[in-house]
Design a binder for this molecule. Structure first.
Ligand SMILES: [Zn+2]
Length: 238
């Protein structure tokens, strides 16, 4: 397996790692700070350094089981395969992904419509709501979002046993579907107080620690995508 260091600390920017397998441009490691594409959030990019040489990691995806595949821009040199490597995130891009991902949790708390799609990119993100034709007002939505961001909610994660959350899941609207179940537990993300959280759901993505870090994201547009779906998009305001 690949140990997902970003699960316990999304602010880690680099780590050392050992190679466990190589297939052309795909490298799997014993641990990583790179988040793999999933739950609507894009995979991380950055640099893999080995033997004094840098390779660009152009994408990160799940491999088989719990292995994480780092996709390089060119095959590793043969003598690199047995060496220790250093991973360094494109942190600016990753932090923007964390900001947008966390922002989508806030938006998730604002409406009670089923979520049928989500995307977290480095420049913008969106949630697709099945509103069955009901309109969502852009200006009012942005006012609510800015108010939530300004309340400086903390974001925390916890592990919940698989058999404890089945009932909890009934009727819930999740941003990115269920995250992977590892050793019978699922990672939950909570925004705000334990007693009365603003948002609480299983999620395997990367988040900021406080909503004050989300600024300056705004509701950019709300568009009909047909079939009763409204797409609410957020973007950095400048
Ligand atoms: Zn999340």
């Amino acid at each position: 397996m690949t140990k997902s260091l970003y699960n316990d600390n999304a602010y880690l920017k680099s780590c050392a790692a050992k190679i466990i397998s190589v297939d052309d441009v795909t490298v799997q490691l014993d641990q990583t700070v790179f988040y793999p594409l999933g739950g609507g959030q894009l995979g991380d990019t950055g640099i893999l350094s080995v033997n004094g040489e840098d390779y660009n990691i152009i994408d990160t995806i799940w491999g088989e089981g719990t292995k994480i595949s780092h996709i390089l821009d060119r095959p590793l040199a043969a003598d690199a395969i047995s060496a220790d490597v250093t991973l360094s995130l494109d942190w600016q891009r990753r932090f923007r992904l964390m900001q947008i991902h966390t922002c989508l949790h806030l938006i998730c708390s604002m409406f009670d419509y089923p979520i049928v799609g989500a995307r977290v990119g480095p420049d913008k993100g969106h949630l697709d709501y099945l509103t069955e034709g009901a309109a969502i007002d852009k200006i009012a939505s942005n006012e609510i979002l800015q108010d939530l961001i300004a309340q400086n909610f903390t974001i925390e994660t916890e592990k919940v046993a698989e058999d404890e959350f089945d009932e909890f899941m009934q009727g819930r609207h999740l941003i990115g579907g269920m995250p992977p179940v590892k050793n019978g537990v699922v990672r939950f993300v909570r925004i705000g107080d334990v007693a009365a959280p603003l948002d609480y759901q299983p999620c395997g993505g990367t988040h900021v620690l406080n909503t004050s870090e989300i600024m300056p994201l705004q509701v950019q547009s709300i568009k009909s995508k047909g079939k009763g779906i409204r797409r609410l998009a957020v973007q950095f305001s400048g």
